[in-house]
Design a protein. Structure first.
Length: 136
């Protein structure tokens, strides 16, 4: 365990969303963009961000977690926050048991998802879509 006033900083990305997580010793508070987690976003988003905290159990209850997230959509941000929080808890606790729990539950909690959106091409409506062909 790190020193009493030490802060662990981790980050994660999902699609266009980027999350930065600050973990320090505290009372178990979790804030996303300055908003307490119990009143942040929709229920699905809250549950997604809570997964690593619930799996960590008592260790996460002794930590204060502050996450800033920007870019992308709300689910991309939720996934980025989830990964950043999981990485922060692992780095703070420095415990292989937590890593094993996270890997068994969902590998993307620590590894992330490298898929990105394909860029739009010239003279097209999107990445792959072309104009409709007409023969008459």
């Amino acid at each position: 365990m790190p020193e009493e006033n030490q802060v662990i900083i981790t980050s994660a990305r999902r699609k266009r969303a980027v999350a930065k997580c600050y973990v320090k010793k505290g009372k178990g508070r979790v804030y996303i963009n300055g908003v307490p987690l119990p009143i942040y976003g929709t229920e699905i988003v809250r549950n997604k961000i809570l997964e690593p905290i619930i799996l960590a159990g008592k260790i996460a209850g002794e930590l204060d977690i502050f996450v800033t997230c920007e870019g992308g959509g709300f689910m991309g941000q939720a996934d980025a926050c989830r990964t950043a929080v999981a990485r922060g808890i692992v780095k703070f606790a420095n415990n292989e048991e937590i890593v094993k729990i996270y890997r068994d539950y969902d590998r993307s909690m620590l590894a992330g998802d490298k898929r990105r959106t394909e860029t739009e091409k010239w003279m097209r409506y999107g990445a792959r879509r072309w104009r409709q062909k007409s023969y008459r």
